[in-house]
Design a protein around this ligand. Structure first.
Ligand SMILES: Nc1ncnc2c1ncn2[C@@H]1O[C@H](COP(=O)(O)OP(=O)(O)OP(=O)(O)O)[C@@H](O)[C@H]1O
Ligand SMILES: [Mg+2]
Length: 340
């Protein structure tokens, strides 16, 4: 696979505050990468550096084999083949849907019309070309913004929290649609969100950023099952993190003796996902009392307290219903990840 984008050790400061700290990553052609991290961690700044709206202080950015920014060269945004979709769609309010999509296209009027029509069809809005933006729903406006970004056949599309203005139900629907449109178009995409569920469900790969630093990049399942540290573990899905003492391939915690995925020695912290905990009414496992319970139809979340005061969150199916105050036993069988 060809590399669509290579970002090498880029840094960016604003007024002596370092916002992007030595970030490196690459995406392959057609890949969908998500930048995930809390508000203010530098996601938008990273996108703006790739798009050419900001210049890196150091490092280099290479799009389809061409250097677009390093210490010597800087190719401005309008000369890069990068499409961008922002949170607020930013459609031109005085232009019709079709004119919005054709806006960034060069060439003959007929050619432009043809390309814009094809893009409208791609996003499923063929009958909406003559409408004005205010005559569209939020989800439809978002699809027009995507069609406009894709129309000039960019090498890369950058999507900055494009679904955050949509309500929860529409958001799930539109993000699925957008994902399949991009897959169909074979576009290399960088998507920004601080919603971990969105990141896990949509992406080929996810890059987790905290305070301007890239902590880990990997497939959604790699991040969930093999997070590199406690911060990534807690940001990707729910996590119980317990102090433990490691003796090679085993560790001892308030929950008993565990197998470890890779050997460690001394004081560690172990990761137990809520779905790894087994509750049983038998005499196996550590005694615990149920503090609270949340019912979600297909599963339930349960707050537990061990005899030493350790609190845990479990996620189990709804075949057995548990009650607050009930005494149960809890155990974990799967081998665990331990952090220093
Ligand atoms: N032009 C600028 N001048 C000064 N500081 C800036 C500028 N742009 C961004 N920052 C600062 O850089 C930091 C990172 O901002 P950025 O917009 O990249 O975060 P983000 O991860 O996109 O956050 P959010 O999830 O809230 O959109 C913030 O502290 C922000 O205040
Ligand atoms: Mg942002």
């Amino acid at each position: 696979m060809a590399i669509a984008l290579q970002v090498d050790s880029i840094t960016k400061s604003f007024d002596d505050t370092s916002v992007v700290k030595n970030i490196s990553f690459a995406i392959e052609t057609g890949e969908f990468l998500t930048l995930l991290g809390p508000s203010g961690c530098g996601k938008t700044t990273t996108l703006r550096l790739i798009a050419g709206f900001e210049q890196p202080d150091s490092g280099s950015i290479c799009i389809n084999g061409q250097i677009v920014a390093n210490q010597n060269d800087f190719i401005p945004a309008e000369k890069r083949k990068v499409g961008m979709v922002f949170q607020d769609y930013a459609l031109f309010p005085h232009l019709s849907v079709i004119d919005n999509i054709a806006f960034g296209l060069n060439g003959q009027r007929k050619e432009k019309q043809k390309r814009a029509d094809a893009m409208l069809e791609l996003v499923g809005l063929s009958d909406f070309g003559d409408r004005m933006p205010y005559e569209l729903s939020g989800g439809q406006q978002q699809r027009v913004a995507l069609a406009r970004a894709l129309a000039p056949q960019p090498d890369i599309v950058l999507l900055d929290e494009p679904f955050s203005n949509l309500d929860a139900a529409l958001r799930t629907e539109v993000r699925g649609e957008v994902r399949s449109i991009l897959r169909e178009a074979g576009t290399s995409t960088i998507f920004v969100t601080h919603d971990q569920e969105e990141a896990l469900s949509l992406s080929d790969k996810v890059a987790v950023i905290f305070e301007g630093k890239l902590h880990q990049i990997g497939t959604p399942s790699e991040l969930y099952t093999r997070p590199v540290n406690q911060s990534v573990a807690s940001f990707i899905g729910e996590a119980n993190i317990l102090p433990a003492t490691a003796y090679g391939s085993q560790a001892e915690s308030a929950l008993g003796t565990h197998r470890l995925l890779s050997p460690k020695e001394g004081a560690v912290e172990i990761l137990i996902r809520p779905d790894m905990l087994h509750l049983q009414p038998t005499d196996e496992g550590k005694p615990a009392v149920i503090l609270w319970r949340e019912y979600y139809g297909h599963h339930q979340r349960i707050g537990l307290q061990l005899e030493d005061g350790t609190q845990l969150i479990a996620r189990v199916d709804t075949q057995i219903m548990y009650n607050v105050g009930q005494n149960i036993r809890v155990s974990v069988y799967a081998p665990l990840l331990a952090f220093d």
